[in-house]
Design a protein around this ligand. Structure first.
Ligand code: GAF
Length: 386
């Protein structure tokens, strides 16, 4: 983090020719369990990770917002009164979309001063660890502070989601931003995506001698394209056919009726969501009653459901999960929106090296690109750093 701080400080000065007035950061997230349940108003159990996006910001005298990033050669600028989703394109739609979305939540954009913002991130892009939410939440936290808006963290999560839905055009749910804003060290965020009630629950991985291993397949995904939206549409069609406002209202006991009513594919989509909601509840209960070593079968079942019923896995993710499990992982599953990105494996600390070697060997044997492996810890949510 110290290195990232000095890099952002220097980057800000070289892009804008003056010093940043403050630094804010927000983490990426890993989802322990509860996939594609958030937009169905169900349950999720992610945690914020110790990989962060850091931004430097300095207010401006005029009403212009300028954003620059270590990944982009040129800054993008726009007047605050010109902010609309249609005016935003490419990477800058994430930070600028947040400014627009704050306006939708009451920020008087026409009366506010602009700002210069510089962004750097250590959250891998496209790995399913929500580099996008990390940008959105860092910017939301910063503008909320400098504009004196006083919005609470749950509202800021909705701001980030609105930016992603309307400015970026990805029809995603509320999970990633909630994890990035509400996360705490060594704990998961158990979120009811209907009420937005969140409970921070200790994970106990460290005390149990466990590590969470990320296997980034480097198969890249984007949620602004087809697969994610079509899964969401299938869920909404399934809910409508079953006469409920969201799949959250169905329970495993409703599945026989769903099977009779729905076509075969929609039924499998619905079965994933309904059983996944139940697995989140079971994971939280098991964690509390028996500790983290007992949740492996739930992680495994979640992966099977995404592979077979929701069909959002890919051969690389399946191989990562199988190889990790075969080498002694307690449980493993793909994480995030799917169609690429990363798998997670819950592993005894002493097996991190042999499991990593087994995964790398399996990928080499299959002729797949070499995955990136690293462990993550649950970390604190968005914060002002300086
Ligand atoms: C992506 C989305 F952004 C989340 O809202 C969630 O739907 C997830 O995919 C799947 O669980 O990360």
């Amino acid at each position: 983090m110290t290195e990232l701080r000095s890099s952002v400080t220097t980057g800000f000065t070289s892009r804008f020719g003056r010093e940043a007035h403050g630094l804010w950061s927000a983490p990426g997230r890993v989802n322990l369990i509860g996939e594609h349940t958030d937009y169905n108003e169900g349950y999720v159990f992610p945690f914020a990770i110790n990989r962060r996006t850091l931004i430097g910001l300095a207010p401006r005298e005029d009403a212009v917002l300028r954003v620059a990033s270590s990944h982009a050669p040129a800054a993008v600028e726009i007047r605050l009164d010109e902010l609309t989703p249609d005016a935003l394109h490419g990477w800058s739609a994430y930070p600028l979309g947040v400014a627009w979305a704050l306006g939708q939540f009451g920020a008087p954009l026409a009366e506010l001063h602009g700002a210069d913002i510089y962004i750097e991130s250590e959250v891998p892009i496209g790995a399913g660890l929500s580099s996008s939410a990390a940008i959105e939440c860092a910017v939301a936290a910063a503008l909320n502070d400098v504009w004196g808006l006083g919005l609470d963290r749950r509202t800021l999560a909705r701001v980030g989601q609105l930016a992603e839905n309307r400015a970026v055009g990805a029809p995603t749910g509320i999970m990633d931003q909630s994890a990035s804003l509400l996360g705490e060290a060594d704990a998961g965020v158990f979120l009811d995506c209907r009420s937005l009630d969140a409970e921070v629950i200790p994970l106990g991985f460290d005390a149990a001698g466990l590590e969470l291993l990320i296997i980034d397949t480097r198969v890249s995904h984007s949620h602004a394209t087809g697969g994610y939206a079509s899964r969401r549409a299938a869920c909404e069609a399934g809910a409508a056919a079953m006469g409920v406002s969201a799949l959250r209202d169905l329970h495993p006991g409703d599945l026989p009726r769903a099977e009779q009513l729905l076509d075969e594919e929609t039924f499998r989509r619905v079965r994933h969501v309904v059983t996944e909601d139940q697995r989140v509840l079971d994971t939280v209960r098991t964690l509390r009653e028996e500790g983290p070593r007992a949740i492996g079968a739930l992680l495994d079942a979640s992966h099977a459901s995404m592979r077979d019923d929701f069909e959002i896995s890919c051969p690389e993710l399946d191989l990562a999960v199988d190889a990790a499990r075969g080498a002694g992982a307690i449980g493993a599953r793909m994480t995030g929106g799917g169609f690429g990105g990363a798998a997670i494996a819950l592993v005894p600390r002493e097996l991190v090296a042999p499991i990593s070697a087994a995964v790398l060997g399996a990928f080499a044997d299959a002729g797949y690109a070499t995955p990136t492996l690293f462990t993550v810890r649950a970390a604190a949510g968005a914060a002002r750093e300086l």
